[in-house]
Design a protein around this ligand. Structure first.
Ligand SMILES: N[C@@H](CCC[C@H](N)C(=O)O)C(=O)O
Length: 287
């Protein structure tokens, strides 16, 4: 079977986008993985599939597959690419759309200047909802439910990293580091991703606070490794930073692949994510 696709990126987090509005496309995890493979396939951090919605009041359904072929709940940078895709393909003429995902509805908006803002919904802060097994772990300080000590085994030794856990539909563990350039993202990221306290694995964020409205961020993504930017990771880092009293909304997030902007008014309120979305090329591939 031949599949038409569009290659896109949002701040360097790259995607294969597929229009399945005419008929749903079902591939095996191995087939998704092959498409996303940078040597044997097209290459991408994630694959985004645009489908007809099942929920009344929604314009589209949005399915997301990681580079390793696993299907996931949410992708912030992908949501902006999604809007650009459905607009450019003439699949909608609306500037505000409602999109059904595996974990709820998101509401992206195409602004008059061409930029895209996504209402990502309210973050879930209860460890059980992330999901994170916090049983028996005391918070950072008495009464502190924002930061948890996580013992991580590196080689023969063990070290403790202090993480905040946030669900943006998908799970995130964020830690504060002095300098993202020297942070042990490649070493510690995979250990946190596969830590037994995260039964669904987790995205591991490393955040450097530059000032109260600006952070630098690197994210080791679940199922994809370190990416050049992670939209939900940026939302989670800003939520964690505000809850820990380190940041004030809005926050500029400098990722290795570009700049994102996050606004959050506090618990129970939605997180707003803005940033770029770029079409790179189109093609057809045999699956
Ligand atoms: N790059 C994404 C997140 C994609 C999913 C993530 N790897 C997961 O497994 O949850 C973003 O921009 O949010």
């Amino acid at each position: 079977m031949k599949l038409k696709f569009t290659k896109m990126h949002g701040a360097g987090n790259d995607f294969i986008v597929i229009d399945a509005t005419a008929a749903p496309i079902e591939l095996s995890p191995a087939q998704w993985q092959r498409l996303a493979d940078r040597r044997f396939g097209i290459g991408a951090d994630q694959i985004l599939v645009v489908q007809q919605p099942a929920t009344e009041g929604c314009d589209f359904k949005y399915r997301i597959f990681n580079n390793d072929g696993s299907e996931v709940e949410q992708c912030g940078n992908g949501a902006r690419a999604f809007v650009k895709f459905v607009t450019e393909k003439g699949l909608t003429s609306k500037s505000s759309i409602r999109v059904e995902t595996m974990k709820g509805i998101i509401a992206p908006r195409l602004e008059a200047d061409g930029s895209i803002t996504v209402d990502m919904g309210a973050p879930r802060l209860d460890p059980a909802e992330v999901p994170f097994d916090a049983a028996g772990l005391a918070g950072w300080a008495e009464g502190d439910d924002t930061t948890w000590p996580l013992p991580v085994k590196t080689g023969g030794s063990s070290k403790t990293v202090f993480i905040s856990v946030v669900s943006m539909g998908n799970p995130h563990a964020v830690q504060v580091v002095d300098n993202v350039d020297t942070a042990p993202v490649a070493e510690t990221g995979p250990l946190i991703e596969h830590h037994p306290r995260f039964p669904a694995r987790v995205n591991a964020g490393f955040m450097q606070v530059v000032e109260r409205h600006h952070i630098r961020l690197r994210v080791h993504e679940r199922g994809a490794g370190e990416t050049l930017a992670c939209g939900t990771g940026a939302c989670a880092a800003v939520v964690a930073g505000i809850r820990r009293g380190l940041l004030d909304s809005p926050v500029r997030v400098s990722a290795r692949g570009g700049e994102l902007s996050i606004a959050w008014a506090g618990p129970g309120q939605p997180v707003f994510l803005s940033g770029p979305a770029v079409t790179v090329f189109e093609g057809e591939v045999e699956v």
